[in-house]
Design a protein around this ligand. Structure first.
Ligand SMILES: Nc1ncnc2c1ncn2[C@@H]1O[C@H](COP(=O)(O)OP(=O)(O)OP(=O)(O)O)[C@@H](O)[C@H]1O
Ligand SMILES: [Mg+2]
Length: 430
């Protein structure tokens, strides 16, 4: 029996989970966040009321509200990993690199797990998406930064395992006979696929037929509500004319792109952008244009960015169960009510969906396996609940081959299994 201890970490864009392989035993998802609705799922959130203090997960939201939303709340920071132009952020004149931001979060996960298990642990199996980016250089860069973040958190040895492969290992436990299985893991930041030959026992490297994916998932779906409708309320189409200038300009893409995406909008608060928006407001063409930019100020100044995106996300989740949902944001100066329908959502998400399913096609093509040869399709992750994702799978594979896992623990479960292999000196099949 190995006495060594290993953590398994599903560091997700939206939610993070930790398990362990400790003293020869598996520990499934540890209750890391006692304030969360499900204590085994900690929201991937960091809140700094000031640069010397940080809150995590459910506490981050609670404190953010309690402290009048002053300071900085970071969400979806995992998705910055492949972005070579994004080095980090500035907190009160102090530079906080992305690696240290993620490192701070991983360190907290480590500390909480160590407390529960009453031991210190320096080895970890950490999940990684199939692709952080479609560009292989950026993908390598992202993994390198994750390695640095893990070192920052105090891990001495780390193995990275593709998240969809980990999910596949969880499904293996349900099988009676060998099958070709397609796993789709639709999270907050990435959509990941693995095509694998699974058998109840044993595995070989050759069993992994293909792994692919793309960096678009739940956050990208949230952002379509902003880019197709709501950003107009915040000046995305506002026109302005610079002093002495003759050209009528609109908000540049650098600003509107930040506005549209949950991972990026927090950076509107950074000085240069903020100053720029202030200029735009002064030079707005009409009162309507100026009013919209004013709303953007309120959104940023009154710390309404996070609640606004929470309301978008709630609306999107509502559309998983209903064909029409009222988006209702009620903050003085920012009262916005809009009815959103499933039909609109499907239309707006068209490009995102195309890209996601192109990477599924790529996964099957690279393995040389046609859809009819797939015995079973297993879907997991929060975004797998979106009806049009399910329907696309039904269309391609038929309902009878489809299985959707309602829990969020598949990836973690496979990572913990992988930690077990490591403990026994065997390697994961990659
Ligand atoms: N009922 C629902 N309908 C639509 N989307 C949902 C639903 N429930 C959760 N989601 C979405 O699922 C996403 C979170 O899923 P999950 O926890 O699997 O992601 P993650 O593991 O944190 O991210 P990743 O694996 O991409 O790093 C969020 O974008 C959330 O909005
Ligand atoms: Mg995930």
């Amino acid at each position: 029996m190995s006495t060594d201890s290993f953590l398994s970490i599903d560091f997700g864009t939206s939610n993070s989970l930790v398990g362990a392989y400790h003293q020869g035993k598996r520990f499934e998802a540890l209750p890391l966040d006692e304030k969360a609705a499900d204590p085994t799922m900690m929201r991937t959130l960091l809140y700094f009321p000031n640069p010397d203090l940080c809150y995590y997960g459910a506490d981050a939201i609670e404190q953010y509200i309690e402290q009048d939303m002053e300071g900085r709340l970071f969400r979806s920071f995992k998705s910055h990993l492949p972005n070579q132009n994004y080095l980090g952020t500035v907190l009160d004149n102090r530079i906080l690199t992305l690696e240290s931001l993620i490192g701070i979060f991983l360190l907290e996960l480590k500390k909480r797990a160590e407390k529960i298990l009453d031991t210190s642990i320096e080895k970890a199996v950490i999940g990684r998406p199939a692709r952080y980016s479609m560009d292989s250089v950026a993908d390598g860069f992202a993994l390198h930064r994750m390695q640095k973040a893990a070192t920052f958190a105090g891990f001495k040895e780390v193995q990275f395992v593709p998240e969809p492969l980990a999910a596949a290992f969880d499904y293996r436990r349900q099988l009676q006979s060998e099958k070709i299985v397609l796993i789709g893991d639709f999270g907050g930041g990435t959509s990941d696929f693995t095509l694998i030959k699974l058998r109840p026992d044993g595995f070989a490297k050759e069993d992994v037929l293909a792994i692919d994916g793309c960096p678009l998932a739940g956050d990208a779906l949230d952002s379509v509500f902003m880019s197709h409708r709501l950003n107009e309320y915040f000046g995305a189409k506002s026109r302005y004319r610079l002093p002495m200038g003759s050209n009528v300009l609109t908000m540049p893409p650098a600003v509107s792109q930040r506005l549209n995406h949950p991972a990026h909008i927090v950076h509107l608060k950074e000085k240069d952008t903020y100053e720029f928006i202030r200029e735009v407001k002064k030079c707005s063409l009409t009162k309507k244009d100026a009013d919209a930019v004013e709303r953007l100020f309120i959104l940023i100044e009154d710390q309404q960015i996070f609640p606004f995106f929470e309301t978008i996300e709630k609306t999107k989740r509502g559309l998983s169960n209903s064909s029409e949902v009222l988006f209702d944001f009620d903050y003085p100066g920012l009262e916005i009510k809009e009815n959103f329908t499933t039909a609109q959502f499907i239309e707006w998400a068209h490009n995102t969906r195309e890209k996601i399913f192109a990477s599924l096609d790529e996964c099957l093509t690279s393995a040389g396996v046609p859809a009819e040869k797939v015995d079973l399709v297993c879907l997991t992750g929060g975004t797998a609940k979106v009806p049009f994702i399910q329907q696309e799978f039904e269309k391609r594979f038929g309902q009878e081959r489809l299985q959707t896992q309602s829990h969020f623990h598949s990836v973690l479960s496979g990572l913990t299994e992988s930690a077990g292999f490591w403990a026994q000196g065997t390697c994961f099949p990659l």
